[in-house]
Design a protein around this ligand. Structure first.
Ligand code: UDP
Length: 387
């Protein structure tokens, strides 16, 4: 009988690696690793694209994924018209389960703390497929911590930023042999970014000489006063009289309040609003910004590394390392405005920050090639700390 499998022997022998991406935020952190897998002869890359990436409202960032030219891209819409998070989780489990059944991967790679990696970790662990989780063991604050730790408990392999993250995972009962320090893969890309400010400004038609970047996301546990918080931010930004590049929030519970309050900025000559910026262009603009304000993780990572002063508004990054180097304010207009007025004095503090960048994609690929990941058992054993 003729086989229905039209793949060559070589393709059949390759190990299949599925990467899951749901937002611009995780894509910037996994794309260098995906590139290594795509270029290799030993592995076959599959990319499961879902979440905000497919929403035109949030900038249809699937285009960013496609521009990389990956051969096997699968798109799956997981949201309803309200972007309800628990429903999106359930839908993603269903869709990803069917995808995995078809592809039969050897390894699922996920990043971070959102519902898409949680769904993939559930599907992987329940189907006895190895799951590798990037950037577990971080502490930030809010619901993100709960999701991230839940993902770590389901994942078999942990690819972490540093020794501190490794210790946190061991405190959660994870086995030391399953934890690999590879550094933060998006930080590695900072050094490779050669796009000029001129190119970035031209691409987005931005003509500000000086400007700051605004990135403010909802805090789900503070859903009831996100409207007030975002209106306070908007009124302080307006009162400061400076130029701002404003980037939309993610689609966590309460995002509508933030986007609605940004409507008051539309049409003002010192504000430009964008659902999302392409990563390389975002970095080029960030490098030249006077400061960055909001509650994005970027304030304590890329911006801090690049020496761009930051103002953290509200509680979203309360537990994250590095917050002593930036200004921290409550989401109140007067406090925010005062911080904007003092931001130039904070430059020296930022300069003292040392963030180590590791060759993340090289490390990841070396582990992949040496079979280190494939030797990790899918049966997890809780590692007790002797007290
Ligand atoms: N980012 C991007 N384009 C943008 C905004 C963000 O490429 O317009 C990338 C950037 O690498 C940033 C990351 O997405 O560090 C995460 O940013 P975001 O504030 O969206 O998410 P968070 O990590 O705070 O949840």
């Amino acid at each position: 009988m003729k086989s229905h499998n039209t793949k060559s022997q070589e393709q059949r022998d390759k190990r299949k690696i599925v990467f899951v991406t749901g937002t611009r935020a995780d894509f910037s952190k996994i794309k260098s690793l995906m590139g290594k897998v795509e270029d290799s002869n030993d592995f076959e890359l599959f990319v499961f694209v879902t979440g905000m990436h497919l929403s035109s409202y949030f900038g249809a960032t699937v285009g960013e994924v496609e521009k990389n030219g990956f051969k096997n891209i699968f798109k799956f819409i997981n949201y309803d018209k309200y972007y309800q998070m628990d429903k999106a989780l359930a839908i993603t489990i269903d869709g990803f389960s069917r995808f995995v059944n078809e592809v039969q991967p050897d390894l699922i790679v996920i990043h971070g703390d959102r519902i898409e990696p949680l769904a993939a970790a559930i599907v992987g662990s329940l189907n006895n497929i190895l799951v590798a989780h990037i950037e577990g063991g971080e502490i930030s604050g809010t619901i993100d911590d709960s999701l991230r730790h839940a993902i770590s408990k389901l994942a078999h392999i942990h690819l972490v930023n540093d020794e501190k993250a490794k210790q946190i995972l061991m405190q959660l009962g994870e086995n030391e042999d399953s934890i690999f320090v590879i550094g933060s893969p998006d930080m590695e890309l900072l050094g490779h970014n050669t796009l000029s400010l001129k190119e970035a400004k031209e691409y987005y038609d931005i003509d500000f000489e000086n400007y700051a970047i605004v990135m403010f996301h909802p805090v789900t546990t503070e859903f009831m006063n996100m409207k007030t918080q975002s209106e306070n931010l908007v009124s302080a930004l307006k009162a400061s009289g400076k130029n701002y590049i404003v980037i939309y929030p993610n689609n966590d519970l309460g995002f509508e309040f933030i986007i609605e309050s940004y409507e008051a900025l539309r049409g003002l000559s010192n504000f430009r609003l964008f659902p999302s910026l392409r990563f390389e262009y975002f970095i080029a603009l960030l490098k030249n910004a006077d400061f960055i304000i909001g509650n994005s993780s970027c304030i304590l990572k890329e911006a801090l590394y690049l020496g761009i002063p930051g103002i953290l508004v509200g509680s979203r990054q309360n537990g994250r390392a590095g917050s002593q180097s930036v200004l921290k304010v409550e989401a109140q207009s007067s406090e925010i405005l005062q911080a904007i007025g003092q931001i130039h004095e904070n430059k020296s503090k930022v300069d003292e920050t040392h963030i180590e960048i590791l060759d993340s994609s090289e490390r990841f690929f070396a582990y992949l090639q040496s079979n280190a990941f494939f030797e990790i058992p899918t049966q997890k054993v809780f590692r007790k700390i002797v007290m």
